[in-house]
Design a protein around this ligand. Sequence first.
Ligand code: A3P
Length: 282
Amino acid sequence: RRNSQNYINGIRLPSFIEKKMLEDLVDFPLQEDDLFVVTYPKSGTVWTLHLTTLIRNTSNAARSEHLVEQSMVWLEREGKEAGLALPSPRRFASHLPYHMVPGGAPARSLAKYIYVARNPKDVAVSFYYHLLRMKSIGNLEWDEFFEMFISGRTMFGPWFDHVLEWWQNKDAENILFLRYEDMKRDLPGAVRSISQFMGYDLDQATIESIAEQSSFENMKANPMANPDNSKYANHFKEDAGSFMRKGVIGDWKNHFSEEQSARFDAEFARRMAGSGLELASY
Ligand code: A3P
């Protein structure tokens, strides 16, 4: 089964990512006003992209393009030329692990990076439903997906390694490490940290307005914010339901069996040992 899948440097990647494409991106030229939003899939990528668009639009003229798409390229999906063609200030989204992100090691690059991590149990559930929405996926049982996830056979590799590598580099000045759960509990606080990190000094009213426009409900209701209407939505089934699924903390409790939960906790403790990162802090 593994042979028919796309593994590059031991990491499972979507079939559209070719080795050559990643090699071309290794030395992608980055600039000081470049901003990356990096995540393991289903950790709040679109949410964070949306926030950074609204923050930038407080000084740029707002455009009629979909909010997620404004000045943004997925380099590992669209390739080097698409990235080079983007007008500054550029934004790149990526799900690649730290050591594979275009332009070389983030802590030594000119660009800024926002990394968002989410409770891996909720990531797993969100990822499962995401796959069920895809045209290319037929039947997939939760139990089968759980085994893929815990053993690192999901796209973009093991959650543990992905988060750990970014976590170990989080103190670099150009890296902002955020948690989905903190954004959920205090969105204005998150808007404040993200905007300061991006070099904006926003007043409280603007911060609150951005947070309001970025709530799950408001994004879901807004065609300009809802990724169901973005150019990235074309590989989903017609009747797939919304990309904006639930947007809550703790949905894993409705899906993990007790045994799965205990196994996952043990694996987390083993893989993250000594890192200072604890499951309980999500
Ligand atoms: P659920 O499937 O748990 O609902 P990504 O953008 O990385 O693919 O992450 C998608 C997840 O983020 C989905 O989780 C989605 O609902 C959630 N999400 C998107 N916008 C959100 C928002 N404004 N607030 C909270 N969660 C949001």
